[in-house]
Design a protein around this ligand. Structure first.
Ligand code: 13P
Length: 246
């Protein structure tokens, strides 16, 4: 039985003052039946660790370098994330694939670097609207996931996968529970064929998840929680989404 996981992706939002209120609001909503985590901009990791250390709430980063150390200006290594108590690192978010031209192989290398330091990668895959309309959804998400499966090898069972259709991110246009479930089932079958451990790998859905649509999405057999953007910035909304996860 997979325990549901709900992760907030703050993206490029926040300030120390607003974060403090959000973090204490989320802590006040405990206990949660699901696992809850927030992935925050790097400079705020210390504050999250201070606020939540010793609780069951978890945190992480939104990216992770593929390199261990060296002359890579601006990069942040997995070992550094680990020092700040990060449980998770999002890798391969569509905004990084799009705006930072991250390739499938780079995303896979980042996932491997994270795992090597005990940080669980949340590997994002998802098709654009044009790709969906061209009937290429399956081919695209399988290609993206395949690079990670091959690079992680026998450790593939340790990752978390997030299906985030690009056309549903920040648009208010959510995939229907059936549309999302269909892709999640494909991804699980691919993970099963490759790793044999698909039953324990959590596959999250992301893209305009809100309090009013979360329950129907999370009720699908292969949707194991959510990766939440906009709604994770509001404590009441994020708590409601976590409650919808059971
Ligand atoms: P929204 O929930 O704002 O659509 O963002 C989804 C997302 O990209 C989470 O990583």
């Amino acid at each position: 039985m997979r325990r549901k996981l709900v992760v907030g992706n703050w993206k490029l939002h926040g300030s120390r003052a607003t974060n403090a209120a959000l973090l204490s609001g989320l802590a006040a909503g405990r206990p949660y039946a699901c696992e809850m985590a927030v992935c925050v901009p790097f400079p705020y990791l210390h504050d999250v660790a201070d606020a939540w250390r010793g609780s069951e709430l978890m945190w992480g980063a939104q990216d992770c370098s593929a390199h261990e150390q060296g002359a890579y200006t601006g990069e942040v290594a997995a070992a550094m994330l680990s020092e700040f108590g990060c449980r998770y690192a999002i890798v391969g978010h569509s905004e990084r694939r799009q705006f930072h031209h991250e390739s499938d192989q780079l995303v896979a290398d980042k996932a491997k670097a994270a795992l090597a330091k005990g940080v669980t990668p949340i590997v994002c895959v998802g098709e654009s609207l044009a790709q969906r309309e061209a009937g290429a959804t399956e081919e695209v998400v399988k290609r993206q996931l395949s690079a990670v499966i091959h690079t992680l090898g026998h450790c593939a069972g340790e990752m978390v996968v997030a299906y985030e259709p690009v056309w549903a991110i920040g648009t208010g246009r959510t995939a229907s529970p059936e549309q999302a479930q269909a892709v999640h089932a494909l991804l699980r079958a691919q993970l099963q064929a490759a790793s044999g451990h698909a039953e324990r790998i959590r596959i999250l859905y992301g893209g305009s998840v809100k309090p009013d649509n979360a329950q129907a999405l999370f009720a699908q057999p292969d949707i194991d929680g959510g990766l939440i953007g906009g709604a994770s910035l509001n404590a009441d909304h994020f708590i409601a989404i976590c409650r919808a996860a059971g």
